[in-house]
Each structure stands twice: as C-alpha cells, then as structure tokens.
Design a protein around this ligand. Structure first.
Ligand SMILES: NC(=O)c1ccc[n+]([C@@H]2O[C@H](COP(=O)([O-])OP(=O)(O)OC[C@H]3O[C@@H](n4cnc5c(N)ncnc54)[C@H](O)[C@@H]3O)[C@@H](O)[C@H]2O)c1
Length: 257
C-alpha cells in the first residue's frame, strides 16, 4: 500500500476474525499510514480481535460495540473522542440476518428477521453517521460495505439483499446530509469472499463457482482488493467522490448472460 492515509485517523467497525473484510481493510489502512480505532461486537470477539491486532503489530484503540446494545454506540463515540479526538474516516462493515432468513424463499421472511437485518445492516449506518458527525473532520470519508444482492436477485441472500438496498439508499441520503460539512459517504460492493457472515448464506460455495465462471476477469476477488478500494475512498485521491457504489467484483455486475 502507499502512504495515502499518512496523518489520518480512522475507525473500523466490523472485525470478527482474520477472514473479515474489515480486517483486510484495517491492515490496508494501517499500511497506508493511518492510526486506527477498531471495534468488536462483544466479549465473544474481544480476545480474538486483540490477538489479531497485536499479532499484526498494529497500535490501535479497541472498543466493544454491539449495534443493538442500548447505549453502546453513544459510549463508543465518547470513548473515540477522548482517545482519538477527531476522525478522518470510518468503515462500516456490520451485517447480520438470522440464518433461517438466508435459506427459505424470501416470501417467507418474518417481520422479526426483516427488522433485525435492517437494524444491524442498514440503520446502524445512520446511527454511526449521526454519532460521529461531530468528530468527522472536513474532507472525512465514510465507507460502507454492500453487495450486488441489493440490486439483483441473488437466491438465498433474501432479506439481506433488501437490507443492502436500504444501506445503499441510506448512504446516498447521508452523503447529501454530510456533504455541506465536506464529508463524503460511499459504498464498496465486493464480490463473494469466504467469511464468517458469507458462510451463513445458503449455496455460498455455488456463488463462488458461478462468480469465477461469469465475471469478466474469470476469478473471484481477494480481500486485499476490497481493502485497496476502501483505502482509495478514504484518501484525498477520492475527494470528488460521494454517494457512489464502487464494485470490486472482477466485473461480475456488468454481465447480462
Ligand atoms: N463476504 C462477502 O462475500 C461479502 C460480500 C459483499 C459484502 N460483504 C459485506 O462485508 C461486510 C463484512 O462482512 P464479512 O463478510 O467480512 O463477514 P464478517 O462476519 O467477518 O463481518 C461481519 C461483522 O458484522 C458484525 N456484526 C454482526 N452483528 C453485529 C451487531 N449487532 N453489532 C455489531 N457488529 C455486528 C460481526 O461482529 C462481524 O464483525 C458486511 O457488511 C457484509 O455484508 C461481504
């Protein structure tokens, strides 16, 4: 990576383990010169995330934050302000839908499953933007991770596809709200990558095979390629880009047949 983020401070939301896309992005941002704060979802993840961060020699502030836990988001931004002062970028890589909702036909989706997937995967971006707005510097960049299931029907992705559509629309509305402060909001839409969350989608290994067959580059993507796009969007090189969805999918989304 280049020193694109030298002197910048960023918050990474959504590292669960070494396979997390947020972890690839954290490493990319660190190698690009940024100082980081990193969140983990709760005690269950704390030890693993600490080990990862220490093992990589990254000197980051770690914070617990569960998107559904009352008061944790407020506490997060109070702690971040105390430790880091201001922020130049934020990565939102939180997503969740109950496993049952990722296998039946979409028509069977219950309100509870629909609601929790929207809350964690889409509405939390609004809460994060609101919680962080006082800390985001002029020129700051917020990036969320989306997926093509927001635009096209991907069997099995179901309620998560609807949550990603909501995330992308929310991203555009936030870009409009924060634009006058010089803050940009964008999404990166990666092709399928084998992670903890991805394995919850029924037929995921078939998705990887299909991607390799259909994508113009005839392959799947690497987490480091997602990190490259996120680091670019965090950086001043992307200063004119907001409200955009940047696909990192070896071109899969352009194909019709
Ligand atoms: N892996 C893929 O194929 C793929 C493709 C496109 C987009 N994405 C998106 O990338 C992002 C990261 O996913 P990933 O694939 O790296 O999997 P992952 O399981 O490593 O990351 C998902 C993260 O969401 C967090 N999370 C879930 N519920 C939460 C809650 N209530 N509060 C706080 N955090 C919570 C988990 O702790 C985890 O860190 C997600 O938005 C996902 O939809 C993934």
């Amino acid at each position: 990576m280049h020193a694109l983020l030298e002197g910048k401070k960023g918050l990474i939301l959504g590292v669960a383990n070494a396979n997390s896309l947020a972890w690839a992005i954290a490493r990319g941002a660190h190698e690009s010169g940024a100082r980081l704060g990193i969140t983990y979802q709760g005690e269950r993840f704390e030890r693993r995330v600490r080990k990862l961060v220490d093992g990589a020699g990254i000197d980051a502030n770690l914070y617990a934050c569960d998107a559904t836990a009352p008061g944790e988001m407020k506490a997060l931004f109070e702690d971040v302000e105390r430790d880091m002062g201001t922020l130049d970028f934020i990565l939102h890589a939180w997503a969740f839908a109950p496993k049952d909702a990722l296998s039946d036909d979409f028509i069977e989706t219950s309100w509870d499953d629909f609601a929790i997937s929207q809350r964690v995967s889409a509405y939390s971006l609004v809460e994060v933007a609101r919680g962080a707005r006082g800390l985001l510097k002029e020129g700051a960049s917020v990036v969320a991770l989306s997926y093509l299931g927001s635009q096209r029907v991907v069997p099995g992705y179901n309620t998560m596809g609807v949550a990603k559509a909501s995330l992308e629309a929310g991203m555009r509305y936030l870009a409009r709200d924060l634009g006058p402060r010089g803050v940009r909001v964008n999404a990166v839409s990666p092709g399928p990558v084998n992670t903890l969350s991805a394995r919850g989608v029924s037929g995921f290994s078939k998705m990887l095979e299909n991607h390799e067959e259909v994508a113009p580059l005839k392959r799947n993507i690497e987490p480091e390629e997602v990190a490259g796009a996120a680091v670019f969007l965090f950086s001043d090189l992307a200063s004119g880009i907001t409200g955009e969805v940047l696909y990192v999918d070896a071109g899969y989304h352009i194909m019709g047949v």
